[in-house]
Design a protein around this ligand. Sequence first.
Ligand SMILES: C[S@@+](CC[C@H](N)C(=O)[O-])C[C@H]1O[C@@H](n2cnc3c(N)ncnc32)[C@H](O)[C@@H]1O
Length: 304
Amino acid sequence: MSASSDSHSNRQTSIHRPVLVREVLRAVDPQPGQVIVDGTVGGGGHSREILSRIGPSGRLIGLDRDPAMLKLAANAVSGANVDLVHASYAELTDVLEQLDTGPVDAILLDLGLSSDQLAENSRGFGFSTTAPLDLRFDVTRGEPAWQLLERLGKAELCTLFQDYGEERFAAAIAAEIISQRTQQPIRTGQDLTEIVDRVASSERGARSDRNSAARVFQALRIAVNEELGQLEKFLNSVLEKNLKTGGRGAIISFHSLEDRLVKNAFRDKHRFRVLTPKPVIATAVEQRANPRSRSAKLRVVEKR
Ligand SMILES: C[S@@+](CC[C@H](N)C(=O)[O-])C[C@H]1O[C@@H](n2cnc3c(N)ncnc32)[C@H](O)[C@@H]1O
């Protein structure tokens, strides 16, 4: 954990369009003077709205695993009552202990990838990037995706694509990766996309629609960032421990693996009261305006 420092991007402001903003504000209901955590602050889209409602007497704590995102967030939210911290939301207990806040009024997570990260070629998040296929949110730790593609065996790759990508051509894609990498290393997003598209179109007997590539990239990203492990840790102990009684936890997820974990954890009646019996989804207007919002699901609880 450390304060925000370097950036990989020269961009000063975020291009990310936050999803479900109105719905988050309605659910979290930020009030002047409250202490609120944005555990995935990103470009600060949600945080900006929260900060304007909690006002100068409130306190906003924004976390991100990506130092480059903290730099963008600092342009959206700043002031004596804002702390931006380089840490995973799974480490929130330690962060709040260091900041000496005590339990907070609300915690928001908006999971996954921001459009700023996707747009940055050097991060290797895009299908056609020519930079090394990294896919880590925090490039200061862990293993980049290209190394994983080099290290894992066929069965491991197949399981990874099945479990984290729910990809039906997982076995064929894993086999092709093994065969290709003996001839030439798979280093970039473009290299991987070419392989996946080729396998998917030959399996489907048609031109590939890029969905397989999306699922394979998702699987690798989940693996290199240990995304499900981070979320489980947060749901099992961190959320409840750091919320006041009556405090609100709001989580936006973008795929079924995450949403299932959230839904199951929120079912625990001893710890939480569910405020969203069904997940909140984006309106038709938002879905049209921001395609990323189409897969977003918001679930909210109150701590008992
Ligand atoms: C969808 S974006 C958040 C966008 C933000 N709500 C906004 O309005 O700009 C998700 C962010 O979460 C960060 N992230 C992913 N996993 C994280 C984790 N375990 N802890 C903290 N941040 C994480 C990513 O680096 C990314 O910046």
